[in-house]
Design a protein around this ligand. Structure first.
Ligand code: 5GP
Length: 135
């Protein structure tokens, strides 16, 4: 069964589209965190970052930059967040890879600073060793 966003790609569900090319589509979020909040997706359906072919990630990133530049030039925000959620624990609700482009204004309160941890150097080094072994 096609995802909600595949139905937007096919036109079965309407969306306010702002850009498309052969592989990607950008449309305004229906419940924006701020004015101009846009979603960029691959037209083909992949659930999340882990499933994305690297070439398609590059295509999506190129479109994200185009959209960010257009939002910057149109709305003159103070900043821009690029957000991408994977898995429900990370806030993903639509399981078709997508990147949020969210214009920000000073004091808008859209996101706060996240809580931080204080790992020791030994812990950081041990984790890095595990990761380097895979990478
Ligand atoms: P996620 O939480 O999965 O990272 O983000 C999903 C996003 O899709 C949310 O920001 C939500 O507002 C947006 N969204 C959900 N349904 C629709 C829809 O039918 N149309 C549009 N344009 N955006 C949607």
């Amino acid at each position: 069964m096609p995802s909600l966003f595949s139905k937007i790609v096919s036109g079965e569900i309407p969306a306010v589209k702002i850009y498309e090319d052969d592989h990607t589509l950008a449309f305004l979020d229906i419940a924006p965190a701020s004015r101009g909040h846009t979603l960029v997706i691959p037209k083909d359906e992949y659930a999340d970052l882990y499933a994305m072919p690297p070439e398609l990630l590059a295509d999506v990133s190129t479109t994200v930059q185009k959209v960010a530049l257009a939002l910057r030039d149109t709305l003159a925000p103070d900043g821009m967040n690029i957000v991408q959620n994977n898995g429900s624990a990370a806030g993903q609700t639509v399981f078709h890879y997508h990147v949020h482009v969210i214009p920000r204004w000073e004091g808008d309160g859209v996101f706060g600073a996240w809580r931080t941890q204080q790992p020791g150097q030994d812990e950081l080094r041990a984790l890095a060793e595990q990761l380097r072994a895979i990478l």
